[in-house]
Design a protein around this ligand. Sequence first.
Ligand code: HEM
Length: 123
Amino acid sequence: MTQTPYDVIGAQALYNLIDNFYSLVSQDIRLNHLFPEDLTETSRKQKQFLTQFLGGPSLYTEEHGHPMLKRRHLDFTITHLERDAWLENMQRAIIDVQLPAGVGDYLYERLRLTANHMVNSEN
Ligand code: HEM
């Protein structure tokens, strides 16, 4: 049996990581103006998305359809500054949750590539 990254991380650690991430985002003036004040729903969707992104059940698609992430981000101006801020908070959240060896680096690298893809404005 092959374990997915989702299995290695575990749902509880993934959820803690995401809650921690949005708590950091809510305090980050480079990002918080983009997000709703109440991040409960954003966090819930991100849990669904990252579950399937890491090889777990397709929770996001079951409820919302195809992710089309770039398209869903087009309402927000994302330059390299917002991308870097997003990734910085994510890196802190990953470090804080203390994942099994190697899987944190793996997760960060996958998110780094996806975040690059979300950039939709030069400035
Ligand atoms: C590059 C920097 C990024 C910025 C500034 C950003 C910003 C945002 C904002 C403002 C929202 C809307 C929140 C809401 O209204 O609830 C959102 C939604 C979302 N973001 Fe990002 N995001 C970034 C990167 C990413 C990445 C890398 C991923 C995936 C790994 C991601 C996954 C999502 C998901 C799943 C949603 C919910 C979409 C939906 O409404 O169904 N985002 N993001």
